[in-house]
Design a protein around this ligand. Structure first.
Ligand SMILES: Cc1ncc(COP(=O)(O)O)c(C=O)c1O
Length: 377
């Protein structure tokens, strides 16, 4: 089975570790175990459980407390609607593996996290891309979607909030998409790993709550600042979760017991984590906005959610060369738009919400690099 190289992840693997100013990170300032335990107010109790833990496989489907905690983040779901996986990436993989059969048609938004279209393609689906355009504020156009779906469309894949653009589909737009999916009997698959970082503090409805054939993925990596736990999940109809579970036996067995313990602690105290993180995200988004305003040859669709934005630039330099030269200059790290597809070669993806000082320092370095380019023009 062939699969396209994962542009974003390969670029991150190659460059990220040596970065002095990392402007490609998509998690909100990752927490230490100490920070999590302090924030929970249950330090001693959790530490005792952790150190006394027998490292068996544990609960195959995740502890009851973890699974119920996840279900409680949805309006209409209970534990039978949830499957715990190793991160959102494993959740996406197994869901798309379960959904796709050779010859199926899959529609996916584009640009987005590449799993959503390259995995179905590798399993023999014919993929149709729903292009998100800068001119449309990077939001999907329902009329274009109507033209892409047919009776053979198995699933429509969306990502809300969207990586890389930081745009957010509101409930009305989600409903329009659901109506289109329903008209051809298709699933709606929504990657929601940034769901809890809407800058105005609201929480977007989940596709899993809105549609009987809606499936959502999510994880503790981005909005909970706990990527190191490698804990994610799928939420969807019971029958679909059953289909997933028979494939999960082949890939996962169970998720780590330590991850389960720290994960359920985080979910229990999520309001505190979200408050911490929303403050960071808003602060960073404000600084980014000021910077974009100050750079006449850089523009963007202002992000409303998540931790990333897609910066468009007006310099005669392909995005990979831009990022390599920037990195070589002083190890400032940005992600080339090219990783999301050839059309985006005058874009850069910035992960702006890691920490305000990293952002401030990194943006000053990017400005210095832009002045270098201008001097040589
Ligand atoms: C949209 C999206 N989905 C899924 C993932 C996978 O993250 P994780 O496996 O850490 O949950 C990422 C990571 O960058 C992402 O941006």
């Amino acid at each position: 089975m062939r699969i396209a190289p994962f542009g974003v992840e390969q670029w991150m693997n190659e460059w990220e570790t040596g970065a002095a100013a990392n402007l490609a990170e998509t998690c909100v300032d990752s927490m230490t175990v100490n920070e999590l335990l302090d924030l929970s107010g249950e330090r001693d109790e959790t530490a005792d459980k952790m150190f006394g833990m027998r490292l068996s496989y544990g609960d195959i489907w995740g502890s009851g407390e973890l699974v119920d905690g996840i279900a409680s983040m949805y309006e209409t779901l209970s534990r039978e609607n949830v499957m715990v996986m190793n991160g959102g990436s494993a959740a996406n993989f197994i869901a798309l593996y379960t959904l796709t059969e050779p010859g199926d048609e899959i529609v996916s938004v584009y640009p987005t996290y590449q799993q959503l279209y390259s995995i179905p393609e590798s399993f023999g689906a014919s993929v149709r891309l729903l292009h998100l355009r800068y001119e449309d504020g990077f939001l999907p156009d329902p009329d274009s979607l109507k033209r892409l779906v047919t009776d053979r469309t198995k699933a429509i894949c969306i990502n809300n909030p969207n990586n890389p653009t930081g745009t957010l589909m509101n409930e009305a737009l989600l409903k329009e998409i659901i109506n289109i999916a329903d008209s051809v009997g298709a699933w709606l698959y929504c990657d929601e790993v940034y769901r809890f970082m809407v800058h105005d503090g609201t929480v977007t409805p989940s596709a899993a709550d809105m549609y009987e054939r809606g499936i959502a993925s999510c994880s503790l990596s981005k909005c909970f600042s706990l990527a190191g736990l490698r804990l994610g999940w799928l939420a969807g109809p019971k029958e679909f979760i059953g289909e997933v579970s028979s494939r999960r036996d082949y890939t996962t067995i169970s998720c780590g017991r330590l991850d389960d313990l720290l994960g359920r602690t985080a979910i229990k105290h999520r309001e505190k984590i979200f408050a911490r993180n929303l403050e960071i995200v808003r602060n960073c988004a404000r600084r980014l906005d000021e910077w974009v305003e100050s750079e006449p040859r850089v523009s963007y669709v202002k992000p409303r959610a998540g931790t990333t934005a897609f910066l468009r630039y007006d310099y005669d330099l392909p995005s990979e060369e831009f990022c390599k030269r920037l990195f070589e200059r002083d190890r400032t790290f940005l992600l080339p738009g090219r990783c999301f597809g050839p059309e985006f070669d005058r874009f850069l993806r910035i992960g702006y919400a890691y920490a305000p000082d990293v952002l401030q320092n990194g943006l000053a370095r990017v400005s210095a690099f832009l002045r270098d380019i201008e001097r040589r023009e």
